[in-house]
Design a binder for this molecule. Structure first.
Ligand SMILES: CC(C)(COP(=O)(O)OP(=O)(O)OC[C@H]1O[C@@H](n2cnc3c(N)ncnc32)[C@H](O)[C@@H]1OP(=O)(O)O)[C@@H](O)C(=O)NCCC(=O)NCCS
Length: 246
């Protein structure tokens, strides 16, 4: 077997890349943080196909409108199939100073969307504290279940690490459970926040049944903010002091 890593070809790759991404985040078991961004309310084949199509269109449009987004794919040279992919985003300055709250339009308006909005605030909080400085962000990374534990995520991470090295920027990501050990072996460290277990409290006036429905679908929702220093040892205090002085 041989593989190659190359930039995504915007003209042709998106449908296949989008299917690979969805399969990777949902099989063998769905990753709850992925369902947060991409809920499936109709799990018929047609319903799932619609979710993949909309999700892929959203990623493509985000990529096309951003100037800081780098997408890579891994191709199996024997079959020509896309079997893994990653998106890195390059942030300069203090990127989250004026970040607006995200609208989670895939969720129905009401108690479910209220839950996801409140959960989103907890999820985004480290952006404004720990990570509000120049960095390379690992936005998405996935390997098709048939090709795991062969070093594909490593090949992709090397691309982001090389970009960060060129810029002398640290890297940051939100790790889901499956990926933590891999990130550690590439020099990432869990930030001082440790594990973030997203459990928002229901505000007064929000429909309790709809709120509960979203909770039952999504929880537990856990992630680990992780850093990789630009160079030298990982000392979070130094990273934060450097961040404040920029
Ligand atoms: C997390 C994920 C991207 C890892 O992809 P992968 O291609 O299997 O990753 P790698 O092969 O580079 O590394 C995985 C493990 O295989 C090991 N490995 C790498 N090459 C290997 C080889 N040739 N033989 C045996 N093991 C190998 C690595 O050392 C690593 O071990 P570790 O978990 O004990 O550290 C994949 O599981 C995935 O897509 N998960 C769902 C989506 C997701 O959670 N993405 C991360 C979001 S933060």
């Amino acid at each position: 077997m041989s593989f190659q890593v190359c930039p995504v070809d915007d003209a042709v790759d998106w449908p296949e890349l989008g299917r690979c991404l969805h399969t990777s985040y949902t099989l063998p078991t769905p990753e709850p943080m992925f369902r947060f961004f991409r809920p499936v309310f109709d799990d018929s084949p047609e319903g799932i196909a619609r979710v993949i199509e909309r999700g892929t269109a959203a990623l493509k449009s985000m990529h096309e409108s951003a100037t800081n987004s780098l997408w890579y794919k891994v191709v199996d040279n024997d079959t020509g199939r896309i079997i893994a992919g990653a998106c890195f985003r390059i942030f300069h300055g203090k990127p989250f100073d004026h970040e607006e709250e995200k609208v989670h339009a895939a969720w129905p308006v009401g108690g479910q969307r209220d839950f996801v909005t409140a959960a989103g605030r907890i999820k985004e909080a480290p952006h404004k504290t720990l990570f509000n400085r120049p960095h390379v962000f690992v936005n998405v990374i996935f390997t098709h279940p048939d090709y795991r534990k062969k070093g594909m995520a490593g090949l992709l991470l090397e691309k982001g690490i090389s970009k960060a090295r060129d810029l002398n920027y640290p890297m940051w990501l939100d790790s889901f459970p499956l990926a933590r050990r891999t990130y550690e072996s590439y020099g990432f460290h869990t930030a001082s926040s440790g594990e973030i277990d997203i459990q928002p409290s229901r505000p007064n006036g929000v429909d309790p049944d709809e709120w509960k429905r979203a909770e039952n679908y999504l929880l537990p929702l856990k992630f680990w903010p992780m850093w990789r220093p630009a160079d030298g040892p990982y000392v979070e205090e130094l990273i934060l002091i450097a961040s404040r002085s920029r």
